[in-house]
Write a protein that binds this ligand. Structure first.
Ligand SMILES: [Zn+2]
Length: 128
C-alpha cells in the first residue's frame, strides 16, 4: 500500500509542488486561492486516493461514480465494495463534496487528469 504521492506535469520530469498545483486548480475552476485549504478538498479526497490506494486517474474517476445496487448485492455493482444499507452506498464510493453548491470536485479531477500524471510510493520511518 503506497502512502506518498506526487503529480508531474505532462511533458516534464520533475514533480510540481502541491501549492502550485492548487493555485492552477483554483484558476481553472474559478475559485479563490485559500491560504490554508486546498481547493474543494482535492488533497484529502483525490490526493488521498492516489497516495493510499494507489489509484490512477481512471480509478479516482470511478470512485466518484454513483453506486448501483444490482444483482451483485450485497456488493456495489460499480465499485465492487460491500453495500452499506444505512447510507445506501458502498464503501468504495467517494462523495463529490462540492456538488451541493454547484462546485463539483470532478472539475478539479478533469483539470488534473488533463495536465498531470500521478505516482505513488511507500515511505517508512521518518526523515532525518
Ligand atoms: Zn459503490
Amino acid at each position: 500500500m503506497p502512502n506518498c504521492f506526487q503529480l508531474t506535469r505532462k511533458g516534464e520530469k520533475e514533480p510540481t509542488s502541491l501549492s502550485k498545483i492548487d493555485e492552477e486548480i483554483c484558476a481553472a475552476v474559478g475559485d479563490p486561492v485559500h491560504p490554508t485549504r486546498y481547493c474543494r478538498g482535492w488533497f484529502d479526497s483525490i490526493g488521498w486516493m492516489i497516495a493510499v490506494t494507489g489509484l490512477d486517474w481512471t480509478g479516482v474517476r470511478k470512485a466518484f461514480e454513483p453506486c448501483v445496487q444490482a444483482e451483485t448485492y450485497p456488493f456495489c455493482a460499480v465499485h465492487g465494495k460491500p453495500w452499506d444499507d444505512k447510507s445506501n452506498d458502498c464503501y468504495g464510493h467517494w462523495i463529490d463534496y462540492g456538488a451541493e453548491e454547484g462546485k463539483s470536485i470532478i472539475s478539479v479531477l478533469d483539470y488534473l487528469e488533463a495536465n498531470y500524471t500521478t505516482s505513488a510510493w511507500v515511505e517508512i520511518g521518518r526523515r532525518a
